[in-house]
Design a protein around this ligand. Structure first.
Ligand code: FES
Length: 266
């Protein structure tokens, strides 16, 4: 049994819960200890139902915190019983939350920090931009969505001095095509680091392009997290190279969710 990392347990009170795109919601939770502690890409485990359905907590990362007021914002896609419970929540409702778990994104030292997001993967990258105003001028944020109905009002979620470019698969807003098609034009040769979060296929493509361009690339993985603290081994990712067999598969909840995208098997 691994050592269980220290984490906070807090009963969080819903302050608002509103739709920001088709099937996508923003929930504000009053949770002063967690708001104070969480860092970009770390995740919180929310018990979405005090009964047994669903039994397991669900992982969510943080979009923004107001540490003085003690609240934090999360964004979620309604995709199953857990998030359906969240969708039903009203101001004043409470959820038991534990966290923060995992290792955070830190801003790299490169001149250009290219943030590439898809879907609710926008969240940890936005939090990174909020948390590091001193590096914002070096950041370019690329956001991909299927179409405008699935695309939140991005300027409302991001700092207003952050460079933003949008792509939609159907061309209903911004670049017509995949967000990955925008990467090459925003690279500063030999001085760019890519950070990405979003659907698995998108991140795999980002990692491929980064490898072709010889650019460092880190991804925040969105694997299922059952326990969140290393006990269940349900969140492992396979590495391409490993010194010993026990390092071939590593737990995303402990050694991630941020991983070197060039090191893992996509
Ligand atoms: Fe249980 Fe990672 S979620 S080991």
């Amino acid at each position: 049994m691994p050592d269980i990392p220290n984490f906070i347990r807090e009963s969080a009170v819903v302050q608002k819960n509103e739709s920001i795109a088709h099937g996508v919601y923003l929930m504000r939770l009053l949770a002063p200890q967690l708001a104070n502690a969480c860092r970009p890409a770390q995740f919180l485990q929310i018990l979405t139902d005090p009964g047994l359905s669903p039994f397991l907590r669900r992982p969510f990362s943080t979009l923004y915190v107001d540490r003085e007021a003690g609240w934090l914002d999360i964004i979620y896609d309604v995709i199953g019983p857990g998030t359906e419970r969240l969708e039903e929540a009203k101001p004043g409702d409470q959820f038991h939350i534990s966290g923060p778990f995992g290792l955070p994104f830190d801003p790299p030292t490169s001149k250009r920090i290219l943030l590439i997001a898809g879907g609710v993967g926008l969240v940890p990258l936005a939090f990174l931009a909020w948390e590091h105003p001193d590096r914002r001028a070096d950041m370019v944020y690329l956001m991909g969505a299927a179409n405008t109905t699935r695309l939140p009002n991005m300027p409302a979620l991001l700092p207003n001095d952050l460079a933003l470019h949008v792509a939609t698969d159907d061309g209903s807003k911004g670049h017509h095509g995949f967000v990955t098609e925008l990467i090459a034009e925003h690279i500063i040769p030999n001085d760019t680091t890519i950070l990405t979060c979003g659907p698995h296929l998108m991140m795999a493509r980002v990692a491929d392009i980064a490898a072709e361009l010889n650019v460092p690339c880190y991804a925040s993985l969105e694997n299922h997290m059952a326990c969140g603290f290393g006990a269940c081994v349900g969140c492992v990712v396979e590495y391409k190279t490993y010194e010993t067999d026990d390092l071939r598969y590593r737990r995303v909840c402990l050694e991630g969710p941020v991983v070197n995208a060039h090191e893992i098997v996509w």
